[in-house]
Design a protein around this ligand. Structure first.
Ligand code: GDD
Length: 409
């Protein structure tokens, strides 16, 4: 049997995702019409002999209870949320819940970061891991040399694929091959994590000799049960024939800031062509709006037949789109109203917002640029004929003058 664990973090982790993470935990922010965490979960469903999926985080239980029960029913695989009392680090959290994770006697454990957008080639990763015969196999990908330092950089043996060297977010360039935050482990990983926290405990005990020194060191040292997968496990185990790499040739993005979610939403929409074509709007039928490219429309949304939508648009529950509206590359969240002839381009429109007649919400669309997308927080009102360009607007604002390149607090 196999189990999967998805690290969802907690409220202190999603702060860079503001203004979209004020009321919704980042892992539940919709990409291509489905919560962010839904994409790794449905990828897990493709693993043969999958017994359970665990989400581990330090958000309140109630934030995830509805989602977890509905997805368990839908996929017919038990999905459980396990709440940490405090952050334990990615490896520490796995270890903390080892009794739950090991209760089905799994031979392998998948570990996925929830804030990555990826094709998640999990069965291939497992097959490679079985071939290599190590403790763990990491999904890795080549990125541009300029962006590599935001991730774990690594060196792998070109023939055996063994992980030879690993450095987390190094200051000087090591390699353009990086850690995707997607792993499969054999159960020995638990002893490797235990060794790290045991070692910390020994060090802490030694330190009690001198209280002055202990005070000094405590500030620099991490709690014994806080174990980071990257620095504390991957770096020391590299080059010891225990860790291997499997290179992803398809798509991968990290989802830290809100702007990138537009690109990720588009990537998942295009993946639906293969994995879930029924989720894409067809535009067939005389009462449908004109649909261009990949578009998701929630069944409860009302879209006027004269609206023109796409490519790369996702429209959430209870959205109302009036006559003559044009939507391009955007995410429209629940309960938004878009009035006649408004235009939205390269933007994210927050829950319950309202866009007036002939208004425009737009950006250049370069999601790597600082303000390459426009983001409206929850319940923002844009009045008729107002134009909002390359801006971020915090929740509950009313905009009655046009703005450009601004952050409206
Ligand atoms: N439950 C729980 N508890 N989750 C956590 C904790 C914790 O204490 N700390 C982090 N996470 C979750 C985050 O929510 C995220 O999904 C994932 O674990 C990784 O977060 P970080 O540890 O903050 O690392 P990172 O995202 O900056 O970088 C990691 O991922 C990159 C790929 O996206 C590293 O492993 C990099 O090497 C890697 O390239």
């Amino acid at each position: 049997k196999v189990v999967a664990v998805i690290m969802v973090g907690g409220p202190t982790k999603g702060t860079r995702f503001r203004p979209l993470s004020f009321n919704t935990p980042k892992p539940l922010f919709p990409l291509a019409g489905q919560p962010m965490v839904h994409h790794p979960i449905s990828a897990c469903k493709r693993i043969p002999n999958l017994a359970q999926i665990f989400l581990i985080g330090f958000y309140e239980e109630k934030e995830f209870s509805l989602y977890v029960s509905s997805i368990s029913n839908e996929l017919r695989v038990p999905v459980r949320y396990l709440k940490e009392d405090k952050p334990h680090g990615s490896a520490g959290a796995l270890y903390y819940f080892r009794d739950y994770i090991l209760e089905d006697n799994p031979s392998h454990i998948f570990l996925l970061n929830c804030d990555v957008c990826c094709n998640f080639p999990l069965p291939d990763l497992l097959e490679a891991h079985r071939r290599y015969g190590g403790t763990g196999t990491l999904l890795v990908i080549k990125v541009s040399a300029e962006s590599a330092n935001q991730f774990g950089e690594l060196v792998a043996d070109p023939k055996t694929k063994e992980l030879l060297h690993y450095t987390e977010k190094p200051e000087t360039f090591v390699s353009d091959l990086i850690n995707c935050g997607v792993y499969v482990f054999s159960t020995e990983i638990f002893s490797a994590i235990q060794d790290v926290s045991k070692h910390r405990e020994d060090k802490a005990n030694l330190r009690r000799v001198s209280s002055f020194e202990a005070l000094h060191l405590a500030a620099r040292n991490l709690p014994q049960d806080f174990v980071r997968l990257d620095q504390d496990i991957l770096s020391p185990l590299a080059g010891k024939k225990q860790l291997y790499t499997y290179e992803n040739m398809d798509f991968w993005e990290q989802i830290k800031a809100p702007g990138i979610s537009l690109k990720c939403s588009a990537l998942y929409l295009s993946q639906y062509r293969i994995t879930a074509p029924h989720l894409l709007a067809s535009g067939d039928g005389s009462r449908s709006a004109k649909i261009i490219g990949d578009v998701y429309v929630h069944p409860s949304a009302k879209v006027h037949p004269t609206a023109k939508i796409g490519p790369d648009v996702s429209i959430s529950a209870n959205v109302r789109v009036a006559a003559g509206v044009r939507l391009i590359n955007c995410i429209i969240l629940d309960d938004v109203e878009i009035k006649d002839n408004a235009v939205v381009m390269h933007s994210i429109i927050g829950w319950k917002s309202s866009l007036g007649k002939w208004s425009r919400v737009q950006a250049e669309g370069d999601c790597k640029a600082k303000l390459g997308v426009t983001i409206l927080g929850e319940a923002v009102t844009v009045e008729d004929e107002i134009v909002i360009t390359n801006s971020i607007v915090l929740p509950n604002k009313t905009l009655n003058v046009s703005v450009q390149d601004e952050i409206i607090l």
